[in-house]
Design a protein around this ligand. Structure first.
Ligand SMILES: [Zn+2]
Length: 202
């Protein structure tokens, strides 16, 4: 999920998304509602192809205001998002402390950190606090890199720790959200540390 709209990866995803542009509004609404039913009750990697497809359809649906038109009924377990009125589909990322849980329909904050249920907020905060200094290694300035001595080794070490922490998010943290949300997606990569989904084993 690169954020630069001109990046080759974004252009590729734009090309993938053309498949959904051929759907009329009703077909798109039904596809989304049906797929939500199939996603329900599980935790999902952000990199899962089904999620990739859903996100493309969801963003098109957001542009077309599909959920305002009430063309299809999502499964009952999904309540309405305060951000964009789409069904709640939260994404857990390493930025959860600052950005909360992210909406997969409009990319805005779906649940601010302080509104994450208190039963799991402490665990999430502890995990994010462990992750932040590990991730920061990728953004060290020259002075910090020099003082580390062997920066390559420090970077590789940070990437290994990130792999473990992301695996913990997927295997231990994400399942706890299912008590409060019908589904949760967790970010299984760290582009700054070059950690790929296939490096994160759960
Ligand atoms: Zn939203």
């Amino acid at each position: 999920m690169a954020t630069n709209p001109e990046s080759p990866l974004d252009l590729l995803w734009k090309e993938y998304g053309l498949a959904f542009r051929e759907f009329d509004d009703l077909t798109l609404a039904r596809w989304l509602a049906q797929t939500l039913g199939q996603l329900e009750g599980k935790t999902w990697r952000l990199s899962h192809p089904l999620l990739g497809a859903y996100r493309l359809a969801a963003q098109l649906a957001h542009d077309r205001q599909i959920w305002f038109k009430r063309l299809a009924t999502p499964p009952a377990a999904y309540s309405e998002s305060p951000c964009c009125r789409a069904p709640m589909l939260p994404l857990l990322t390493r930025d959860v402390r600052d950005s909360g849980l992210i909406c997969q329909h409009c990319n805005d904050t779906l649940v601010p950190f302080d509104e994450i249920p208190s039963a799991i907020r402490g665990d999430v905060e502890a995990w994010a606090a462990l992750y932040a200094p590990v991730h920061a290694v990728a953004h060290w300035d020259d002075r910090q890199r020099k003082s580390a001595g062997d920066y390559d080794r420090a970077y590789d070490q940070a990437a290994k720790e990130a792999e473990n922490l992301l695996a913990r998010a997927g295997s231990q943290l994400a399942p706890k959200f299912l008590e409060f949300y019908p589904v949760v997606i967790w970010e299984d990569q760290d582009e700054c540390l070059e950690v790929r989904p296939e490096d994160v084993l759960i």
